[in-house]
Write a protein that binds this ligand. Structure first.
Ligand code: ARG
Length: 257
């Protein structure tokens, strides 16, 4: 009898351990090429989203596992359940909301334009229509974007996102903004459309480039959650609210800006 229960125990033990392991970890999908939100320093993941994700995991008593993939796979990783949630400077949008749920917003963002220093025109500062007209007037202009991002939809035009696009332009997709900015420096493209905060970092690290301080869009970042996990969505919303109220969010943002 004793022997039987021991055998039984040994048989159940691995299952139990496996079960525990899955329960104990929380997988976040991200594309760590988007400082100051997510990036790598050596082997270490850093950034605003990474710190928020760590806080979420901590509050839920779980270990955070980071699934670092290309940006245009982040939404499908959340949708397929390969990740429990996604934090990737992810703009809340009705098209994406068809396949994943979004938390409350935690950051306001906008698309901006990076040009080569010699193309910088101060008259375009703060004047969205003037900037759009300036781009439209250049036939065959080459625009670089990060594939799958708001900037890509904005440049190409997308009905469901409500973007007209630039029919006069050739839009080139890159797997990250760094590569797009390099292509700008090398004159393979004429401008980059990308989110403001990373744009500032890309422009600062490429001295021959410059940002035009004009917002093309109004966006909000949210945490993406699998549609079958309303409990996690609620928990994440509660944690974000608490972080916004007790100053933790502000502290994390200040560390990176
Ligand atoms: N906010 C933009 C979007 O949601 C770009 C996000 C890019 N994020 C990244 N980690 N590369 O489409």
């Amino acid at each position: 009898m004793k022997k039987l229960s021991l055998t039984l125990f040994l048989m159940i033990l691995p299952l139990f351990l496996l079960g525990c392991k899955k329960e104990d970890k929380l997988v976040v999908a991200t594309a760590a090429n988007f400082a100051p939100f997510e990036y790598k320093e050596g082997k270490e993941f850093k950034g605003i989203d990474i710190e928020i994700a760590q806080e979420i995991a901590k509050q839920l008593g779980k270990t955070l596992e980071i699934l670092d993939i290309e940006f245009d796979s982040v939404v499908s990783a959340i949708n397929s359940g390969n990740a429990d949630f996604g934090m990737s400077g992810l703009t809340i949008n009705p098209t994406r909301s068809k396949v994943i749920d979004f938390s409350i917003p935690y950051y306001n963002a906008a698309q901006v334009v990076i040009v080569r220093e010699e193309d910088y025109n101060p008259a375009l500062e703060g004047d969205t229509q003037a900037l759009i007209d300036w781009i439209r007037a250049k036939n065959g202009i080459k625009i670089g974007v990060q594939s799958g991002t708001t900037g890509a939809f904005y440049a190409m035009g997308d009905e469901s996102w409500g973007f007209e696009g630039f029919k006069n332009a050739e839009v080139k997709g890159f797997i990250n903004g760094g590569l797009a900015t390099n292509a700008l420096t090398n004159k393979q493209i004429d401008l980059v459309i990308i989110d403001e905060a990373p744009a500032r970092i890309f422009a600062a690290t490429n001295p021959s480039t410059r940002i035009i301080n004009t917002y093309l869009t109004e966006e909000k970042y949210g945490v993406g959650v699998n549609k079958n996990n309303p409990i996690l969505l609620q928990q994440i919303n509660d944690i974000l609210k608490q972080m916004q109220e007790n100053g933790t969010m502000e502290k994390i943002l200040q560390k990176y800006f």
